[in-house]
Write a protein that binds this ligand. Sequence first.
Ligand code: 3EB
Length: 323
Amino acid sequence: MALAAGLQFDYVSLAEGAPARWDDVLGVVTFGDGAAPTGNIPLITVRTPVLAGGGGCEVWRAQGRVESGQHSQVQYRRSDDLLFGWISLTEASGLGAATEQAYREVFATVNELGYPHLARIWNYLPQINVETQGLERYRQFNSARRNALIAYKRELTGNVPAACALGSVTGSPLVVYFLASRQAVTAVENPRQVSAYEYPEQYGPKPAFSRASILDGTLFISGTASIVGHETVHVGDVAAQTREILANLEALVSEANRLAGGPSRFDMKSLAYKVYVRNRPDLAVIQSQLRATLGPHARLLYLQADICREDLLVEIEAVGRSN
Ligand code: 3EB
């Protein structure tokens, strides 16, 4: 799947996870608990079990030469225009400290190497809904992410990266990976939802992410849940939550087309989707809802992961190029 000038994305199986050609690979993310494929560039391992589809490996490529590097604890691969980076930290001094350190290092890396525009950030942390010291860990994460943004004088609203934040298997490190650019990124909000950075106080420290981003003809849709306004809808009904997410995704695609202007269009059928399922037994219901709307040929990778509100049963992210 060809994305922005040069950027390409694919889901492959674990067996194919070590590409024959590495020279244009920006990054390889492997999901699940299986052994990571071996290769001569480092791989990102995210411990979220694979339930179906896609093979469990996400490969990002760029056009032209790509080189590897490391800046503090951030490892990266970069082309002339794009930098794909990742950092994995154990929680030696708690989740807040690890999150703040990870984000400080991400910002230092992209600033110093000259790729200051963050298009998309993926966040995975264990026990995301567990409360410690009186605060849910997802809220601790939000507070620490904000502190790092403030420390680096980055925006807290408006022009913030698209993102997702999911629960990984207990005992996993905090894993943050990201795509940054030399070129500006356009943030997209969902007209059906209150912007996350404007959520009311009841949800804790305000989450600093945009609903989607556009970078050079590529649309990155953030983790999208069954939320309308700021409230979870269809509590306990996974089929209805899936349909509400599809409505949110349609709204985001329309909004992205409005903002992008021009003749080229994003459309639901040409996106690739990553679907996070809280409870394994819900998989079949979610799959049948998605097939009904997206058709039998949609590219879908299903992972088991906890989602950042206890009442959310499913969350979906997407990526694709305009045509
Ligand atoms: C939501 O809409 C669901 O904290 O980075 C989705 C995408 C969600 C990103 C994040 C959280 C994040 O509020 C949760």
